[in-house]
Structures are given as C-alpha cells and as structure tokens.
Design a protein around this ligand. Structure first.
Ligand SMILES: CC(C)(COP(=O)(O)OP(=O)(O)OC[C@H]1O[C@@H](n2cnc3c(N)ncnc32)[C@H](O)[C@@H]1OP(=O)(O)O)[C@@H](O)C(=O)NCCC(=O)NCCS
Length: 144
C-alpha cells in the first residue's frame, strides 16, 4: 500500500493523533508522557506524518537549528515496523531539510534504533550517553 508523507500544523487534529502514536510507542513503556511544556515547545518545530489509506502510521518532529535539523520522536506504528516505512520517512525528511537550505541532520538515537540509523547512512559521533534512562548515541548525516 502507498504511503504519503506531509508536514502538518501544530495543534491540528492530525498533530494530536501523532502525539498519541509517539506517546504510545516512546513514552508509555517508560511510564511517562509528553508534558504540556514539551508539546507547547513543538509550536516552533516541523511536524511530519505518514499516512497509509488515511491511517496515521508514522511520525517525527524536526527541530531547525541553524544550518542543521535535529530529528526527534521518530516512530512507526508497531505492526508495520520493519517494512521500510521508517526509511521512507527519513528520505522525506532529508528532502524537506534540503529544501529548507539545511545541510546536516542529527538525532539522539536510542541504542535499540542505532542499526536503523546506520542502515540509513547516519554516522556515529562520540560515545553512548544516558537520556530518559536509556543509552543514546549522537548520530548524524550530511545531506548537502
Ligand atoms: C526505529 C523505527 C522508527 C524504524 O522504522 P521502521 O519502519 O521499523 O524501519 P525500516 O523498516 O525502514 O528499517 C528496518 C530496520 O529498522 C530497525 N528496526 C526494526 N524494528 C525496530 C524497532 N522496533 N525498534 C528499533 N529499530 C527497529 C532494524 O534495524 C531494521 O533492520 P532489519 O529489518 O534489517 O532488521 C521503528 O522501528 C520504531 O518506531 N521503533 C520504535 C520507536 C523507536 O525506537 N524510535 C526511535 C527512537 S531514537
């Protein structure tokens, strides 16, 4: 089935669904939720979703920082993971970042997601560090 990615508005119904999806996958297993402050801060960020037959199946948030983009809150709906959707979302984000004049994307990758970023040609910088109680690696990709 075709997947279609797009940029959505902060505060829209689609954004609320995206928050639910990433909360379910990223935060609930840790026993935490997005705080009102975290969600308000997203007003300045770029919201990406992936739709399959009108079903929201993937999402991420891009944070503009000078000539770079920080990619965060990357998720694909559980039953659809490992079927290439996450990698297609990476390509969409890279194209979008390039169109915004950015030349560098980076993320804090959970240890369990490092292979996914390596597969998408991200490089590792430095050593593991703790974030949200989970080991993370700084990973980046030059997209210019
Ligand atoms: C990580 C994630 C976004 C990748 O998207 P995806 O659509 O599953 O990835 P793709 O199908 O494009 O690529 C598959 C690769 O992703 C990785 N992957 C697959 N399932 C994964 C999972 N549940 N968690 C982490 N990485 C996973 C594997 O390296 C896999 O390679 P393989 O199929 O050769 O084993 C998605 O699996 C996910 O939402 N995981 C849970 C949330 C998460 O860890 N987010 C990243 C936080 S930094």
């Amino acid at each position: 089935m075709e997947i279609h990615f797009k940029v959505i508005e902060h505060g829209s119904e689609e954004w609320k669904h995206a928050v639910q999806l990433r909360e379910e996958i990223l935060r609930k297993p840790l026993g935490s939720y997005f705080t009102a402050e975290e969600l308000e801060e997203e007003r300045n960020h770029i919201q990406i979703i992936g739709l399959m037959d009108n079903d929201l199946v993937a999402t991420t948030v891009l944070v503009p920082e000078g000539n770079a983009i920080k990619m965060q809150r990357v998720v694909v709906k559980s039953p659809l993971q490992s079927s290439g959707i996450g990698s297609k979302m990476m390509s969409f984000c890279e194209k979008h970042a390039r169109e915004q004049g950015k030349n560098y994307i980076y993320c804090h990758a959970r240890d369990t997601a490092v292979d996914f970023y390596l597969k998408n040609k991200y490089l590792v910088e430095g050593d593991y560090f703790p974030e949200d109680g989970i080991p993370h690696l700084l990973m980046f990709k030059v997209i210019a």
